[in-house]
Write a protein that binds this ligand. Structure first.
Ligand code: SF4
Length: 269
């Protein structure tokens, strides 16, 4: 029998890898917190800093111009340089991935993410967690969407269709979806396996059924950022944990196991 994913870390992702050569991503999280604290000394308002970071990562110049009211060129240039110096080792696969991206996939906003955007997204996730953590905790209904690629690939998955999304049946105790879900349930968070592509429809349905809703995402860096932004637009406080490496079939031609940092997940709750 193959070893369980958690015993085979560190995983290498197609574009990014948060564990590098270590057994877990603890050093990455420490670095992200340090960088965010450093940027907050220059811009102490977390929401303003988030606006700068989001503005800087906008791919299209007209989007940057539209939100140019919040631009602080000196701060943004400081952030960009600091991130390049500190985070490039985590995103060493981006250049090669972009070079080999077929024409048919060059318009996919997730697959075409540039290296600098990854760095800015990493800070965006940290800031969103800091800003929305309390509101998430206070929500009357909290749900989590867990990336399907975290499941144990050895048995046949026995997950079933639940009220909102796919639900893990807990068929194997080593599966990271099951382990994450068990932890989430302890904190009254309803875990689902993320399969749907239509998040807006899903979020509307959940919101219609509950007084206040909070969302927790576990997904690859660009997908997590897109999900968090949609939540904020829909007035749902989001928090999230990035996968340690992006290895699903969308990135690599076939699905490979990946992992996430369970200690960081517990810190959010
Ligand atoms: S534990 Fe859950 S997610 Fe993992 S393989 Fe079984 S049913 Fe699927």
């Amino acid at each position: 029998m193959n070893p369980h994913p958690a015993e085979k870390t560190p995983f290498r992702g197609k574009t990014y890898s948060l564990c590098l050569d270590e057994q877990n991503s603890a050093r990455y999280y420490e670095l992200i917190r340090e960088l965010t604290d450093k940027f907050l000394t220059r811009c102490p308002d977390e929401k303003k800093l988030l606006a700068h970071v989001r503005n800087a990562s906008a791919q299209k110049s007209f989007i940057r111009k539209l939100s140019g009211r919040v631009a602080d060129k000196e701060l943004v240039s400081f952030i960009r340089q600091s991130l390049r110096e500190s985070l490039s080792e985590y995103t060493s696969g981006v250049g090669q991935h972009l070079k080999s991206l077929p024409l048919s996939q060059r318009f996919d906003p997730v697959l075409k993410t540039k290296e600098e955007q990854y760095h800015l997204y990493m800070i965006e996730i940290e800031l969103v967690n800091r800003i929305y953590k309390e509101a998430f905790r206070k929500s009357s209904y909290k749900f989590a969407l867990i990336a399907h690629c975290l499941r144990d690939f050895r048995p046949e998955c026995k997950a079933y269709s639940g009220d909102y999304e796919t639900v893990c049946r807990g068929c194997t105790k080593d599966c990271l979806v099951h382990l994450g879900g068990t932890l989430l349930k302890k904190y009254d968070i309803h875990p689902y396996i993320s399969i749907t592509m239509d998040f807006e429809k899903l979020f509307k349905k959940i919101k219609a059924d509950h007084k206040s809703v909070g969302a927790l995402g576990i997904g690859c860096v660009p997908e997590l950022v897109m999900g968090m932004r949609l939540c904020i637009e829909m007035d749902i406080p989001p928090v999230g944990i990035p996968l340690d490496a992006n290895r699903c079939a969308r990135w690599m031609k076939e699905a490979h196991e990946t992992s996430f940092n369970m200690e960081e997940l517990e810190k959010l709750m």
